[in-house]
Design a protein around this ligand. Sequence first.
Ligand SMILES: Nc1nc2[nH]c(I)nc2c(=O)[nH]1
Length: 271
Amino acid sequence: PAIDDPTTDPLEVAREAAATIAERTGVTQHDVALVLGSGWGAAAELLGETVAEIPSHEIPGFSRPAVAGHVATTRSVRLAGTDRHALVLGSRTHLYEGLGVRRVVHGVRTAAAAGARCVVLTNGCGGLHPDWAPGTPVLIRDHLNLTATSPLEGATFVDLTDLYAQRLRDVAREVDPSLPEGVYAQFRGPHYETPAEVTMAGRLGADLVGMSTTIEAIAARHVGLEVLGISLVTNQAAGISPVPLSHAEVIEAGQAAAPRISRLLADITGR
Ligand SMILES: Nc1nc2[nH]c(I)nc2c(=O)[nH]1
């Protein structure tokens, strides 16, 4: 497909994707985009009325979902009480899928081409602080891209100061003053970190470890989007807790947090 052809300009594919979205949803201007990571799926319902929903793989440049049978969709949602629309990107491609970095950032490029001015990047991650229990949402203040990969090609020098916009973090804090902030480190994955790697990440200044988000944020800045990043601490990073957390505990903590973080995301997005 075109997006995988090195001679194709990926921004051209993003423009085609945006045109397809406008045509299929009837919504020609999306003001904000959201990428819903693990644990954040329920937020879409609370944002407002779903105007249209498209299987993501029917949009140019989007991949078929990695998990068989799981149909990822892209929604246009009219934000409650406004005439503004959010583009909810339900399908995220991770670097560890090996489909190439262009597909990892295609969603944010498409959002910008669809008219969005800002993007909310959410994820599930591991926490390095024992007092951040599973289910804790954390605002991303800055990131460490430990993947040795950039979404940008050629001499595309992009400044990344204030990448996770202070203005948007202030809005989030107005909604919930108790929100902690942290530095998010992206590892390539798909394996989790060893305890020694978590210690290393901590020494490098990380508070959160995950496998997404930083590359999408760089690409978002390149196409002029303002970025808000919010992590859901789904588990304590390896070695932080003396006893390995059971998978069941991790799942139930994520589910228990869903109503609160969905409300939080809806309130922030509505601002
Ligand atoms: N790298 C990394 N990614 C994650 N995603 C989730 I959910 N938990 C983790 C974690 O502990 N480490």
